[in-house]
Design a protein around this ligand. Structure first.
Ligand code: AMP
Ligand code: GLY
Length: 428
């Protein structure tokens, strides 16, 4: 079949790399893709939000199956767009319906969903300008720090954690009245602060059956020792050493299965990835957030561990027959170290030539923010530039391998965290 992947990051390169290996894949297209996806398929200069241009490309290239990478087109209803157009009736889509994507698109909706289905999460209330007068009392009823979340999509920036009540009350007003995150913060969820180690668990679902993907831990802060500003993610380790046995069973019994059953009970059409952002609170897993897509850079550590044919599983899910698919995971660990542009996550320059990619040995380099120059040279084109993934039986050996290859790659201003996985070593 002919496949189109939507997106342009390291996640999409990892998905493209894996899907290109499938015997079921004839031609692979990526829109818009990057210099890495161009190695495994053909890039199309189409934005993920331009549904009409996507439709035209699907018709022009006889595409049979569309795999959606990022959340934006999902929240904007790309699944429903395909299903409501008779010309696209034969084209399968992997990604939830608009209704399903609200699990990521609205924090309040996600919280209500979890309450309805008895899924463990932080206690919360939501506020708008209409009940702002009650918010101060709610803040005073909580113990610090205070967690404030813009209800809508805010490009990963909509969560504030504030040490004292005065600041929380001021920021709440900035969000609701001052439009701090635009329309996304017209409604704000305030919730109980949970203390523990975070981890990510992923599933593929057809809305009835599911297959668990490997767990992963992501490193969000720019600085070593988890300091400094938040980023899209600076590295990932899979599996998470403590996400096994009894704890993993709790995750499946209390969170994964009830979520899939909940989608089904609520009549929500959902064929796609579910990303469970979890926290381990004294051995009890709780949901911090749902995303309706894979994580990035977690995908770059998780997908390489899938032994089975990923395209077969995703396509089967889109046809509602995931239960018939055999799905195997590699027992080796995989780690990803992200190389970013100098200055990221604040202002940074683009267009720097990348040297040394040919010298890499024993790692897979996924491109996150790169492009090809007219001369075919690979240039930096984003904050997160490359994701260097390695496997080993022990994740510490995989890290040594990734760092050896990071040292072979050069571009002006390149930076990476040197402590990916260090916190997990203590737990072995
Ligand atoms: P989110 O955008 O929902 O992923 O939130 C961003 C980050 O804020 C999470 O990865 C957590 O580190 C933190 N966070 C969110 N909610 C809570 C909570 N209830 N308690 C503690 N930390 C939280
Ligand atoms: N790495 C976290 C995310 O993709 O949201």
């Amino acid at each position: 079949m002919n496949v189109l992947i939507l997106g342009s990051g390291g996640r999409e390169h990892a998905l493209a790399w894996k899907i290109a290996q499938s015997p079921m894949c004839d031609r692979l297209w990526i829109a818009p893709g990057n210099a890495g996806t161009a190695q495994v398929g053909t890039n199309l200069a189409i934005k993920v939000g331009d549904f009409q241009a996507i439709k035209q490309a699907v018709l022009d290239h006889a595409i049979d199956f569309v795999v959606v990478g990022p959340e934006d087109p999902l929240v904007n209803g790309i699944y429903d767009f395909f299903r409501s157009d008779p010309q696209l009736a034969r084209v399968a889509v992997f990604g939830p319906s608009r209704q399903g994507a609200i699990l990521e698109g609205s924090k309040e909706y996600a919280k209500e969903f979890m309450m309805r289905h008895g899924i463990p999460t932080a206690a919360y209330r939501s506020f708008t300008r209409k009940n702002l007068d009650q918010a101060d009392a709610f803040i005073d009823s909580l113990t610090p720090p205070y967690v404030l979340k813009a209800d809508g999509l805010a490009a990963g920036k909509g969560v504030l954690i504030l040490p004292d009540a005065r600041q929380a009350k001021d920021e709440l007003r900035e969000m609701i009245l001052g439009g701090k995150f635009g329309a996304a913060s017209a409604k704000v969820v305030i919730e109980e602060f949970l203390s523990g180690i975070e981890l990510s668990v992923f599933a593929i679902t057809d809305g009835h059956d599911y297959k668990l993907l490997p767990s992963a831990k992501d490193y969000k802060r720019i600085g070593e020792g988890d300091t400094g500003l938040n980023t899209g993610g600076m590295g990932a380790v899979s599996p998470v050493p403590f996400a096994q046995g009894e704890f993993m069973k709790k995750i499946e019994d209390r969170i994964v299965r009830p979520t899939i059953r909940g989608l089904e009970k609520d009549g929500i059409v959902y064929t796609g990835f579910v990303f469970f952002g979890l926290i381990n609170v004294g051995g009890e897993p709780k949901v911090i957030e749902y995303n309706v897509r894979m994580g990035d850079p977690e995908t770059e550590a998780v997908i390489p561990r899938v032994k089975s044919d990923l395209l077969e599983a995703l396509y089967a899910a889109s046809q509602g027959r995931l239960g018939q698919v055999n799905f195997e995971i590699d027992s080796r660990a995989a780690v990803t170290v992200v190389m970013v542009s100098g200055g990221y996550p604040q202002a940074y320059e683009k267009g720097k030539p990348i040297a040394g990619l040919d010298a890499v040995q024993g790692s897979v380099v996924f491109h996150a923010g790169t492009k090809l120059s007219p001369q075919g040279e690979v240039l930096t084109d984003g904050g997160r530039v490359l994701a260097v993934t390695s496997y080993a039986d022990d994740f510490r050996d995989a890290l040594v391998q990734s760092y050896a290859n990071v040292d072979r790659i050069h571009f002006e201003g390149a930076y990476c965290r040197r402590d990916i996985g260090k916190d997990l070593e203590k737990m072995l």
